[in-house]
Ligand binder design. Sequence first.
Ligand SMILES: *Cc1c(COP(=O)(O)O)cnc(C)c1O
Length: 475
Amino acid sequence: MTSAQCIVKGLASDGGLYVPESFPELSDEDKRTIPALSYRGAAKAVLKRFLSDFDDETLKECVDGAYSDNFDSDEVAKLVPVSDREYMLELWHGPTCAFKDMALQLTPLLMVQSMRLTGSDQKTLVLTATSGDTGKAALEGFCGVEGTSVAVFYPHGGVSEIQRAQMVTQRGGNAAVAAIRGNFDDAQRAVKALFSDDGFIRTAREKGYCVSSANSINFGRLAPQVVYYVLTSLRVSARHGGSPVDFAVPTGNFGNILAAYYAKRMGAPVGTLVCASNSNDVLRQFIDTGVYDRRREFYKTVSPSMDILVSSNLERLLFELCRRDSEYVKEKMSQLASDGVYRVEGEVKEGIERDFSSFSCDDQTTLQEILRVYNEHRLLIDPHTAVASAAARRHAASTDRPVVTVSTANPYKFADSVYFALTGRKLCGFDSMDALETLTSVAVPDSLRRLRELPELHKDVIDKSEIRRFAESLL
Ligand SMILES: *Cc1c(COP(=O)(O)O)cnc(C)c1O
């Protein structure tokens, strides 16, 4: 199977996830040359190893289109030193101010080229259920991309005021957004059901569409994330005498941290991966004990993009750690589906212990960390980043290596929580945005500032039963 085929398909027919046949190895020359390249240069150098059926010209076109003046930092992934050997890697300088842009500015372009490379003349309908950040990043990434339409479903009353404003003001003829009555799980389940709704798939096909997904189960969304780990680990390592570089990653669906693991498997100088969770700490328990148990209370936290109990990309890690025994992975995944729990032992557990450590904290610690980082470093961080920062601080005390905190959202996306962390005062939406800017003099990104002036174009609030009709209206 080629990479283009796997990007078009998204999910294998048996429900499994696609993985690379093998990990491309970075040569000594790569390790010398990549750190000096621009982000685009590094993206081309890394991605051509995974997307071997893309010719250089096609890949260049995609990468140049994805990472240009739509990012407000020339570095694209901006490395900020915090102390002697501590760094923040800011991945939120793209158009929607969250790290999802790092992939979703590129995935749509890869998808269009993949359709061409596989000789398909169909168009693509992209369905997305979102708890906030993925929705807007998908809308922005697919906006104006020829041959694609995108439908986003978010839980009514379940996203932040700023996140809602970002989605309902989306322009572009190929986009539709609806709030679903219910929570995120309801939205997710209803959207997933469409993928196996034969009637719907047939209608789509008759109208010339295939149906795809914009979340990180698609390899076309995972591969672009490997780039910043290769580039950053090489650059930081060079500053610290060739030491491996440890990363603390705020983790939900395990996509971002898995990309770091892939970079390590390519031979990049990546050390320990610190998996940081909020009170929904199913991953902390798994890394510590080998038991994955989703039968537990679900908490709504101040870091909502990590409020998740089933981290789909963990499946890809298990596959690598059990010597690629797909029967083993299948057994664990069906135990998870039927019993809500599974256990790993022996070399799989040892493999996890070799490369990963874990951390979790509650909302109070998260908010305290926002305040501490602001007071000590005059850096404003969002609640997701704060969870990772707390993890990095504890981890740094146990190692001499450089430690990078992966920063995943602009603080103004979660202005209510950040303002509360700094002042103890509760304000809402644009009021907290304004007050936070006055307090800190950190500029609100233009794309967020402008939101309140934009007309709300997508006002639909629908029931789960109406999702199909809504999606069909885009065909
Ligand atoms: C999506 C998201 C995460 C979690 O990333 P995963 O790849 O799902 O683990 C963390 N922080 C923010 C701000 C996000 O939007």
